[in-house]
Design a binder for this molecule. Structure first.
Ligand code: NAD
Ligand code: TYD
Length: 347
């Protein structure tokens, strides 16, 4: 079986690639990634010499390149994670999100269709999406698979659009697909522009912790390895033309999460309790900031028995330890262009 994973050098993708390469020695795993600022082959150092792993440096925005790769490598299944993934960047530069998340997905869909259309047996286009396509919740309620799409940021609008195209290719051309919509992931290897790794890095470096608005925004958090396990499960057991919500059953208000993080960091860094929390600074809110995301993961749980295996306390501890042990990784990814982004975003 030849499996194409797009975006495998990124945060979630690298955990998916590692899991598949180690668990299925009989599968050939192809990691296609353009290595944007968010892609980093250091994430996969431990598996790069395995005989069932191949890295393909390519950009999904090029239809020809993608089609040639399909012709050469005869992929049976695609797990599509490559994307521009950060909401704040989508606010300052929305078009790149359309190019990669919408057009890039179209290029993959077209290549899959052109190469598979005579025989869809054993083929699968598995599209990885986000709960952000559903928009925002009030104080109560959960997103289910039938919640209407209502995206509020250019990022979520581009992901919603790609989800619609995947579904449309299934309905119109019979392309076998699965879509899963997951809540906020955290864990090792996440680029330090997202809340948890950004704040860990800032605490280590005694920099302020920029909490947007009043900090009372709520997210559901899932440890990245549990997401990778869910993806593996759906790849093998998911229903064709089905959508699955994946979540951590783990809602936190940002400010409460940040306070917990600060407490753990004080202990890890042998600081007096309260030292890290002193760095909390309320800053201007994100435009169009979604108030609350929360997932009903009852379908994947009820039909396939998946549930998170890592508690938030364990996951946060593992994540913090990983970042503290990988200061060189952090140093490398936060140099150069990232510094420019940071100065502009938090000026
Ligand atoms: P990430 O930003 O860490 O990684 C994205 C990867 O895609 C990088 O390796 C990057 O180099 C690659 N990439 C970007 N543009 C590309 C292009 N044009 N061609 C080829 N490769 C390209 O993202 P992530 O957080 O790992 O998210 C992966 C996927 O999961 C995305 O589709 C995202 O929408 C989705 N998702 C993420 C979360 C989350 O909390 N991070 C939650 C739910 C869903
Ligand atoms: P983020 O990690 O960017 O994920 P998403 O926007 O996709 O949910 O942000 C998580 C939450 O943290 C979100 O409510 C925005 C907030 N946030 C801050 O308060 N400050 C920051 O510097 C960042 C990056 C995020």
């Amino acid at each position: 079986m030849n499996i194409l994973v797009t975006g495998g050098a990124g945060f979630i993708g690298s955990h998916v690639v590692r899991l598949l390469v180690n668990k299925y020695p009989d599968y050939q795993i192809f990691n296609l990634d353009a290595l944007t600022y968010a892609g980093n082959l250091e994430n996969l150092k431990d598996i790069e010499s395995k005989s069932n792993y191949t890295f393909l440096k390519a950009n999904i925005n090029s239809a020809k390149v993608i089609n040639d790769l399909f012709e050469n490598y005869k992929f049976d299944k695609v797990i599509h994670l490559a994307a521009e993934s950060h909401v704040d960047r989508s606010i300052s530069d929305p078009l790149v999100f359309v190019k990669t998340n919408v057009i890039g997905t179209m290029n993959l869909l077209d290549a899959a269709l052109a190469n598979w259309k005579n025989n869809f047996v054993g083929k699968l286009f598995y599209h990885i999406s986000t709960d952000e396509v559903y928009g925002t919740l009030g104080e109560t309620g959960l997103f289910t698979e039938t919640t209407s799409y209502d995206p509020n940021s250019p990022y979520s609008a581009s992901k919603a659009s790609s989800d619609h195209f995947v579904r449309a290719y299934g309905e119109t051309y019979g392309l076998p697909y699965i879509i899963s919509n997951c809540s906020n992931n955290y864990g090792p290897n996440q680029f330090p522009e997202k809340l948890i790794p950004l704040f860990i890095n800032n605490i280590v470096n005694n920099k302020s912790l920029p909490v947007y608005g009043d900090g009372n925004y709520t997210r559901d958090w899932l440890f990245v390895k549990d997401h990778a396990e869910a993806i593996d499960l759906l790849l093998h057991k998911g229903g064709i033309k089905e959508t699955y919500n994946i979540g951590g059953f783990n809602e936190w208000k940002n400010i409460e999460l940040v306070q917990s993080l600060c407490k753990i960091m004080d202990k890890k860094l042998n600081r007096i309790e309260g030292k890290s929390a002193d760095l909390i600074t309320y800053v201007k809110d994100r435009p169009g900031h979604d108030k609350r995301y929360a997932i009903d993961a009852g379908k994947i749980n009820g039909e396939l028995g998946w549930k998170p295996s890592v508690t938030f306390e364990e996951g946060l501890e593992k994540t913090i330890d990983w970042y503290l042990e990988h200061q060189t990784w952090l140093g490398n990814v936060t140099k150069g262009k990232y510094r420019e982004y940071y100065n502009e975003q938090y000026k």
